[in-house]
Design a protein around this ligand. Structure first.
Ligand SMILES: [Fe+2]
Length: 504
């Protein structure tokens, strides 16, 4: 046995493991393209390297933020620390147990090397064992089914179904588990490999496949000492196992045997070895794809939460700056979203309107407190200060590309349909639709809220002023749509804090 195979086994109990074969250096980190990619925010993008030395594997921390530890002891960045079998290696919060050949698979290695009989435990000789045309057709069809599966369990079930259906194998299972604890769990199986909840397999074969990350088979021959007593007990004639593996990451194992069938076995594993290996590979790819999709979903959710958090923080900042209009932004957002819906805009557009409504007054952060909080009438100079807030918002928000679709709605929410508004003195269709919608919602909420210089108007008074503004302040068509919203709906929309953006 020339090749030493080591393995990093996840300490989280999932049984996931990474086989260190085929090269002398492995990069570890969160960045795409790392040999061992750990998708955990606490892991640095380029966290550490694992390097094969003359005396085994060694680890070097690359100055990571959360550090690398061996058996709980932190290692100094840049130093090369040798590892041994059983070491617990942690990259930030991601813990692994290192399994090396000296003790973990040494016994197996000895058995193979000292056995006088020709090697019975063979790597599947794929070049020799080709696929028939029928198997190739079946493989293409099966790969389509497996690739369309939406969960890990479904991938395993379909892989097993396809394999047993095409080959006629009596006992096939997709197993996940851990060779060191000899704990195996079937994600899917047919036949008698799993009985009474117990997975009955050759531990030696699983150890071999697991540690080397390659498919192996065994056939009962002149010597059957190699796979131990389990093979005898299980009356196995032939067994075969292949890892569902992508880039060193093992997602599980497909195991097949023809126990109990003896000479009545419908198939020889020689004939279907390559098909089994191919199905395992396709299952691995499918599981890898599902894992990446899950990662992408989690990333998208985190981005969305970050975005919503930023919006909420801005709204809170405006409310803290001008407590008298507290809750105004949230109410304008709600009213504008309903108006957008009534005007026949898409749900996506209505969400943009809602966000633009939340942020429409964010530019008030740049208006002096003495002006913003003044009781009584403003001087023309003070009003000029107030009028800067839409352009202030524009200047603040244009740095975030994702806010771009909302910017015009925010910048121009104080324009008037007949002209004369600010900051750009636009008129008619030149005013962006988003701004026309927010403008209507903004005036309506201002009228129905109490201000330092006047009490809140009744609904009827406010609606009358809105009606009088059609064609001058507001676009007539949009204004009519607004006025068609039932009064009860309007009352609900202008009710105090409804918790869309927590204010306390
Ligand atoms: Fe405003």
């Amino acid at each position: 046995m020339s090749k030493e195979a080591w393995r990093l086994e996840s300490a989280d109990g999932t049984g996931a493991s990474l086989v260190l074969v085929g090269r002398d250096t492995f990069s570890v980190g969160r960045r795409e393209g790392q040999d061992v990619r750990l998708d955990n925010v606490a892991v640095s993008r380029e966290h550490a390297t694992l390097r094969r030395t003359g005396r085994g594997w060694a680890v070097t921390d690359l100055g990571s933020t959360s550090g690398t530890t061996i058996d709980g002891r932190a290692i100094t960045p840049g130093t090369i620390i040798p590892l041994s079998h059983g070491s617990t290696l942690a990259f930030g919060p991601c813990r692994f147990i290192l399994r090396g050949p000296e003790s973990a698979i040494g016994s197996l290695r000895t058995m193979v090397e000292t056995d006088a009989a020709p090697a019975q435990l063979d790597e599947l000789a794929l070049a020799k064992e080709g696929m028939s045309g029928g198997q190739l057709d079946a493989l293409m069809e099966a790969s389509g089914h497996i690739a369309a599966a939406r969960s890990r369990d479904d991938v395993a079930r379909l892989a097993i179904q396809e394999l047993s259906g095409v080959t006629g194998l009596a006992n096939v299972a997709f197993l996940v588990g851990n060779i060191e604890r000899d704990a195996w769990h079937p994600l899917a199986n047919v036949g008698s490999m799993v009985e009474g909840g117990e997975v009955r397999i050759s531990r030696s074969l699983m150890r071999k496949v697991s540690s080397e990350g390659k498919p192996f088979k065994w056939r009962r021959g002149s010597s059957n000492t190699m796979l131990g007593q389990s093979v005898m007990d299980l009356q196995l004639e032939e067994i075969c196992a292949a890892p569902a593996m992508v880039g060193g990451r093992i997602y599980g194992y497909i195991v097949a045997d023809n126990r109990g069938q003896g000479s009545r076995a419908r198939v020889s594993l020689d004939e279907i070895g390559r098909f089994l290996f191919s199905i395992a590979h396709i299952a691995g790819l499918a599981m890898h794809g599902l894992e990446r999709e899950e990662e992408a979903r989690e990333q998208a959710l985190a981005n969305q939460q970050l975005f919503e958090g930023a919006v909420a923080a801005f709204v809170r900042a405006v409310d803290m700056k001008d407590p008298y209009t507290r809750g105004h932004s949230e109410r304008v957002a709600r009213i504008a979203r309903v108006l957008g819906g009534q005007a026949g805009l898409s749900p996506e557009m209505c969400e943009q309107i809602f966000l633009a409504g939340l942020l429409h007054d964010v530019g008030k952060i740049g208006v002096p407190d003495a002006v913003l909080r003044k009781d009584g009438k403003l001087t023309p100079e003070e009003f000029d200060e107030i009028k800067k807030h839409p352009a202030n918002a524009w200047a603040m928000m244009k740095v975030v590309p994702r806010w771009e679709p909302m910017l015009l709605g925010i910048r121009n929410h104080h324009e008037k349909w007949a002209g004369g508004g600010y900051p750009d003195n636009l008129a008619g269709e030149a005013i962006p639709l988003l701004a026309r919608i927010i403008g209507i919602a903004d005036v309506f909420d201002a009228l129905t809220s109490s201000r330092s210089y006047r009490p809140a108007m009744s609904l009827e008074q406010a609606l009358q002023i809105m009606r009088e503004g059609l064609g001058t302040h507001f676009e007539p068509r949009l204004g009519e749509i607004f006025l068609s919203i039932p009064n009860e709906e309007l009352v609900r929309l202008i009710a105090p804090d409804q918790g869309t953006v927590p204010l306390d």
